[in-house]
Design a protein. Sequence first.
Length: 285
Amino acid sequence: MRPFRRSIYKKPEQLRGMREPGRITAEALDAVAAAIRPGITTLELDRIAESVIVAQGAHSNFQLVPGYRHTVCVSVNEQVVHGIPGERVLEAGDIVSVDCGAETDAGWNGDSARTFIVPGEGQDPELVRQREELSDVTRGSMWAGIAALASAQHLGQVGAVIEDYIESNPLPSTGQPAGILRDYVGHGIGRRMHEDPTLFHYATPGRGAEIKPGLCLCVEPMMTAGGEDVFVEDDDWTITTLDGSSGAHWEHSVAVHAGGIWVLTAADGGAAGLADFGVTPTPIP
């Protein structure tokens, strides 16, 4: 007898259930975006996100990860992902990635990340411009990957599109492509925050899972302004660049359905981000 394996493809009513946690996650990040400023601590950002999620009758799915007790991850400057909120005070010119997720009482999950440049003057303008470039190209590679979901047949094609975008859009300040964190991947999402299938953000030999209606996926490229080598800090969570270069992380949860694609963690379904790629999102019926 073969063991039971849950299908990675969701039924239409299950896709509809994914809309609510996506909306809540987006609203939590909207609140964080409005609060980003010099002088605020990363722990204060965590509390802001938590208050929005709880007020919507949901809870943080990050707190369901064994050993993690916060609502968001906040990664600053050379930290790329999984930074733990604490007493660190943000400064003007810092590059800050905030990763957030919500789970509804119905058991559906949302997951999204955005990168911000803290407004104001104080740090080297050249460094700040490089950080802005890094965030822009990371965000662009995410949208290129999401747009590919509308026409690609397998996830391997999506990873190749993301890598091609990175290679074709080198950072203007260095003339070199951003570094790709190859050990950290996109993933399915649904009843759990992390599900099958895996999405690599670069070209791989395998075709990967088939893209068809019912697929819910997190596209989340993580990039650096320098080398691709990273290490885990002593807190056993924070992923930091070995060469001290800046990091960026963008992520959206996306649903593929019979009528097209819909970005669950974007208020407009991804319309603004997808417009540059000639793709129009279609709401989940």
